[in-house]
Design a protein around this ligand. Sequence first.
Ligand code: BGC
Length: 746
Amino acid sequence: MKKHFLIAICALLLVSCGGRNESAPANPKVAANALKHYPIVDSLLRVMTLDEKIGQLVLYTSDWDVTGPSIRSGYVDDIRSGKCGNIFNAYTAAYTRQLQEIAVNETRLGIPLLFGYDVIHGFRTIFPINLGISASWDMPLIQESARIAAREAAAAGLHWTYSPMCDICVEPRWGRISEGAGEDAFLGSEVARAMVYGYQGGDLEDPLTIAACVKHFAAYGAPHAGRDYNTVDMSERWLREFYLPPYKAAVDAGAQTAMASFNEYDGTPATANRHLLTEILRDEWGFDGFVVSDYTGVMEMINHGTSRDLEDASIQALNAGNDMDMQSGGYSEFLAKAMKEGKVSKKTLDEAVRRVLTVKARLGLFEDPYRYCSPEREAAETKTEANLLAARTLAEESCVLLKNTHNLLPLDKNSTVAVIGPLADSADDLLASWRGAGQVEGIKSLLEGIREMAGGVVYAKGCDIENPGQAGFNQAEYAARSASTVIMVLGESCDWTGEAACRTSIQLPEVQKELLRRIAATGQPIVLVLLNGRPLDLSEESELADAILEAWYPGTMGGEAVARLLFGEASPSGRLSVTFPYNLGQVPIYHYAKNTGRPYVHKGVKYESRYLDCENEPLYPFGYGLTYTTFSYSKPELSAAEFGPMGSITAKATITNTGAKEGTEVVQLYIRDMVGSVTRPVKQLKGFERVTLAPGESRTVEFEITPELISFWRKDMTFGPEAGEFRAFIGPASDCTEFATFTYNE
Ligand code: BGC
């Protein structure tokens, strides 16, 4: 029997003698973190050589070419010699088994590989982009989408997803705004939590769950001028109040890993930022998983100008708390030397290795390294009817109805519609960036979805997404005139958002605007369906179109979902999770703005905080969205006018469906702290609830207001509430005006 088998068996014995917490609680909140101590990890650490330890901190990519998965031969050698303990971008049960067999059978200790992948909005069944998902405000369904993604990914041999992306963003130029949950810390925290629970479930050892990775830590969503990878600079107060909460929510939910972001914070790249990776993440938040760099993040510290060379960068990164090196190769090349020279301590190295091995143990890989490679499960779990139905429902719920003049929508199923636009017949764009292992074959475009629903369809592409040619305009105009309603499908190519996909304009390309103008000139009613991954400047489109449905990139089932909404098989219920400005000049614009010393209250007064050429308000505020019915709100009421540290009060309002159709409303609570030791937002989201009401039906929605809910980073940088007067607003969007006043007493 080989030596590594012996060691593995001894270790397994140790595990069965009390390493596992057999009665792991079902509550996912605690399950993942409860399984803390694994004797196998101690055993391994005692016998591992320096090189073997370093190998556990190394992560290399696999590749994918036309013939299927492939890997650079040097990496296979590294796996075989124990110099690479983790691989990403490799999937399928068969392929991961093949690589795992090398690690398990051919290395001295047989430590299994960890397989990671960007499962961002689905794996095989692709859900809407994350910005769209967050617009559903439907946490159970978001959790379910992550659970489905985990089941599909886990069956294909994956253990670890680089999600949730928790980067708050108020910068529409930044292409990665599409990957996050929008502008708000409260909503972002709810989404982060739901996704971690979805991926990790109640038991990480369950082969249907995978480890989550909270990224990109931290503040990656705030690059100057919206340009990817650019400098980030903000006060610690702003960081803590508006940017950190979603990352923390993911950590509190038990996320097993975290990814350091590419950007700097306070002059130090996040990859080697001890304040972020150790002081905040571990010491303050108690994170007990491992931190991985982003792709070549360690190497990039040379470009940042804070490391002389890769050796210097590797030492700085590990010492700061970055446990695993993704793709730079620096740990592999230099850490042994650094150890010998005393630049990295044995304690630091061992702690990093312990964290990585512990996550592998939590996943159950030491018990069965092939637990996640299951061709049978892979076939059975992939794109099941239930998965596709969940994707369709989430796609429907993520769409936001921005305008619906004279109730143009929903359309009559017997009518003949003209479908026009460069994105109407693109199935590919529906999947967006980071599409996992999603494939375009068999997916219905919006046009195909509409064809299945409408009495008659006339289609004309009209123009390309960006190419200025107008040769198709006449045919489009002809199509428009021959139908009772026009559905125009305009937007951005799906590779205009995602990583390294930033724009200096947030308008539709000029050729598409021109096409819209031409069709609008026919006088035909226009429904504009938008496919895009960022807030756009829709100031002109909102004048020209009669109805606007923001459909983002809705995923595998997007064609059907959008058609169902257009023809009333389903009703829109999405609400914006990010503000849509009138124009780029208003950016950054977000609902939690502060009052300033000169708020704009007197129309036309010069020396107040305002623009000469535009409103202060956005075109569509955060939280906004229509549906096929209308709702009325009673004035908010409070259970008591005041409360103290040990107490709480409730704020409530009664919502009535005043229209003729069933509909879903997202009831929102905002709070304003009237006087603080530091300036406070004029409104901040503090609660929400989705309610579905039949025509004429009323429901009273209650929110509990606790000291925690009104806490913030006070003048002295402690977190807590302050005594004083507050306003509680309850309404359908962040521009709601009805409030009740309460007092918090210390
Ligand atoms: C991205 C990460 C991603 C990683 C691995 C990087 O370029 O910034 O979000 O997880 O690549 O694919």
